[in-house]
Ligand binder design. Structure first.
Ligand SMILES: [Zn+2]
Length: 198
């Protein structure tokens, strides 16, 4: 009688172990998908965003704390700076809707759009050309050219406080032609490189 009880117990234990082994992979999948949304260091390559300025990946000023490069520029850098010649085409990283396309003070001429598939993500391009190819509330598609890298100097802005060393008005707080690329998640700037597999 006792030996039958032990046999039964062993079988029960064996079945329990089998069930655990079967379910472990599911728990692991669950953990990793959770970390995608909680861990800031995770590479969000699954978003499959287009790089906004193809051919240019050199970053002259990274995201985060820095010493201000020019008067009026922030000490906490809300995006990344990618130097490129004036006129270099700028592409939409994903489908979206334009929420700003105008002069944006320190950012100079700026384009901002909200992503259709990720409404909590907003993208901004600063120091762009005054010739902006999209307008407010316009729907844009992934890979669409929406503007280009702006000139260092812009004229015609009344009371533009941003000037270069020669006293000429600049395209926002900027020392030269580049794209300032910002990604905001829930209105907080995050490192755009987190979203790319570079
Ligand atoms: Zn910048």
């Amino acid at each position: 009688m006792l030996s039958f009880f032990y046999k039964y117990l062993y079988i029960l234990l064996f079945i329990t172990i089998l069930i655990c082994i079967f379910f472990i992979p599911f728990f692991e999948i669950d953990n990793s998908s959770f970390s995608q949304y909680t861990n800031n260091n995770f590479v969000f390559s699954s978003y499959n965003f287009v790089w906004p300025i193809p051919g240019y990946t050199n970053i002259s000023s990274p995201f985060g704390k820095r010493s201000s490069p020019t008067s009026g520029a922030s000490t906490y850098h809300s995006g990344i700076d990618i130097p490129a010649p004036e006129g270099t085409k700028l592409y939409a990283i994903d489908n979206g809707t334009v929420t700003f396309a105008s002069w944006g003070a320190g950012g100079g001429y700026t384009i901002t759009y909200q992503l259709d598939n990720y409404p909590d993500i907003k993208i901004s391009y600063c120091h762009v050309s005054p010739i902006i190819l999209v307008s407010l509330r316009e729907s844009i598609h992934k890979g669409q050219v929406i503007g280009s890298v702006g000139p260092k100097n812009v004229y015609g802005i009344i009371n533009n406080p941003y000037k270069d060393s020669n006293g000429n008005p600049t395209n926002g707080a900027s020392t030269g032609c580049h794209l300032h690329f910002t990604i905001k998640y829930n209105n907080t700037a995050v490192n755009p490189l987190n979203y790319y597999d570079l």
